[in-house]
Design a protein around this ligand. Sequence first.
Ligand code: IMP
Length: 431
Amino acid sequence: MTNVVVIGSQWGDEGKGKIVDWLSERADVIVRFQGGHNAGHTLVVDGVSYKLALLPSGLVRGKLSVIGNGVVVDPHHFVAEVEKLRAQGVAVTPDVLRIAENAPLILSLHRDLDAMREDAASNSGTKIGTTRRGIGPAYEDKVGRRAIRVIDLAEPETLPAKIDRLLTHHNALRRGMGVNEISFDALHQELSSVAEHILPYIDQVWRLLDEQRKAGARILFEGAQGALLDNDHGTYPFVTSSNTVAGQAAAGSGLGPTALGYVLGITKAYTTRVGEGPFPCELHDEIGQHLSTVGREVGVNTGRPRRCGWFDAVLVRQTVKTSGITGIALTKLDVLDGLDELKICVGYTLDGKEIDYLPASQAAQARVEPIYITLEGWKESTVGARKWADLPAQAIKYVRQVEELIGAPVALLSTSPEREDTILVTDPFEG
Ligand code: IMP
C-alpha cells in the first residue's frame, strides 16, 4: 500500500476530477498542494455534478481534506465555495477540512493586479491568458516575503505591520498603473471580515499528515493545472505561478518526498490548452473543431474555449521524467472514435534539425514543428468500455503506441465521464 500523487501531464484539463474522485473513495486523506482557485475540477457523484476550484475533491465523499501550504487561498472564494457545497448537501466542517496555517492569502489587491496586467498586456499582445484570479500576484508576494498568511489572521497585534509592508509594495505598483491606492483601513477590514470564516479550519498540516501516514492512512495528493504549466518546467512564461510537477506534493504539504509513493499522470488521448503560449500540435482545421466539440473543450472556471490538437508524445514523455510518473490514467479516448486516421507527434523539427524534447527557450518553443506518425482510426464506439476486450483493436494499438512513446504504462483507462466506465490495469494505491 502506498500514497498517490495525481498530476496533469499536459496543460491541465486532462480529466483529473473523475480520476481523483475515483481514487478518493479508496483514500483516507486528500491533499491539495499547489495552485489556488484557478483549478477547475468537475466531479459527478450519484448523478450530481460538483464543480470545485479550491477545495480538495475528497470533501464531496466526506474524506479528510487538506489545503496544504503550497496553495494560495482566496478567503472570499473559500467562503463562497464552502457555501455552494453546503447548499448541495455536503458537510463542510473542521472535522473534515483543514487549511495549512502557513498558506498565503489571495486578497482583492492580487485579483486587481492580475486583471490590470492582463488588460494592459492584451493591448500590447503579450498577455498570458491567466484566470485573472490573483494567483500570480499572490505567489509573487509569497516569494517576496511580504505575503499575509492564514496564521496572521489569528495574530491581530502583528497584522498591522504586515499590512503596511504589503501596501508599500502594492500601492507603489498601483500608483505606477494610475489606479487608486488601497488604504490600511480597507485592507484591515477585508482581513478582519474573513478571519472568522477561515480560522476554524487552520492546522499544522505537516504534523497532521505525518500522524496520518504513521497511522497507515492512504494519502492522495491532488494536483491542479498540468506539468506543462509548471513555473520551472513548463512553457515559460506561459505558465502558472506554482510548481505543478509531482515533487511539489512534498514541499506544498510538508510531508517529506519519501512518503509520496505512486505518481499518476492524468493524460488526455489528445492535447488541449487554455490561455496563450506555444502549442506545437495545435489544429486549426475541422479535426481541431471536432475534438473541441466532441470533447466539450470549454474551461470549467472561465468558460474559455480550449485550443485542441493531436497527442504530443514529446511533451508527455518529458513530463514522465520531470514528475517521475509511475503510470498514467488515459482519458477521453472516446473523443477519437470515428476519425479515419489519427496522428501522434513523436518528435519536433527545430531549424531543420530533429529533436526529441521541448526546448527551454521561448523562441524555440514557438518555432518547433511537429513530426507525426499516422495510425489508422476506428469506427466503433469506445464509450463506456470496462475491459480491454470491449475496445476495438485499433484503439488498443493507439494506447500501446502512446505507452511506448512516453515510456510509461497505462494504469487506468477512462472511457466516459461515469466513474464505473474505467478499465483498471493497476490500482495506484497498491503500487
Ligand atoms: P493563472 O494560473 O491564473 O495565473 O494562469 C496562468 C496560465 O495557466 C493560463 O494559461 C491559464 O489558462 C492556465 N491555467 C490555470 N489554471 C488552469 C487549469 O486548471 N487548467 C488549465 N489551465 C489553467
